[in-house]
Design a protein around this ligand. Sequence first.
Ligand SMILES: C[S@@+](CC[C@H](N)C(=O)[O-])C[C@H]1O[C@@H](n2cnc3c(N)ncnc32)[C@H](O)[C@@H]1O
Length: 229
Amino acid sequence: MPDPQREESHGFSRVEDVNVVPDRDEESNEDGESDNQQPRLAELREVETVYGPAEDSRLLAEAVLEHVSAEDAVLDVGTGSGYVGVRLQSEAGVFVVGSDLNPDACRQAADSGLRVVRADMFEPFRDGSFDVVCCNPPYLPTPPEREWDDPMERALSGGPDGRAVVDPFLAGVGRVLKPDGEGFLLISTLTGPDEVRETATAHGLETSVVAEESHPFERLLVLRLQQRG
Ligand SMILES: C[S@@+](CC[C@H](N)C(=O)[O-])C[C@H]1O[C@@H](n2cnc3c(N)ncnc32)[C@H](O)[C@@H]1O
């Protein structure tokens, strides 16, 4: 049951304040056309529109579970299906909000029992609101000619260097974290871990690797981010 006082303290309790989970009919009509009469490409292609939980989702969830306590308020940025947030909510009893740009992801996460705000990363949230912010971002380097104009592009493509979403995450996470709060960011060896750590340092964040796992073409890492002094 959502706690209105806790939601108010994070800055998003009034539905008119933010772009909350859209109605199921808001995005397209029965013919798969959006309000501006453009067909939704993902629907026409009959491809999945929400990232299904995978090894990266599990690694992030388990790493964060080791570092949260029941009193914590957590933001799961790019929540997708809501898998990470729901695990934190149900296994650690923490207060979790998920955010995602993709309306289909917002609906799926909300259907899984998560509080969800449709948002570009941290945009609607107040300064210093969260003890923990976690994110499994789109991190795969993707040449522009391989990009797709559909929600899965948003879920997977990290742009040419893999850091198109990682870099703004590092630039903005300190604003919404409490002074002693922590961030947890899933990256891959394909994302350029040295460059990611350099960017984090430039934004006043100390980094440490708290979980790692090897896969055939990459090694997944969970970086813990702590604000310096
Ligand atoms: C790799 S998926 C991870 C989904 C889920 N957290 C998981 O671990 O299974 C990345 C998610 O980030 C979302 N996303 C991409 N850019 C975003 C942004 N700027 N703000 C919010 N969500 C974003 C995508 O829509 C997608 O759902």
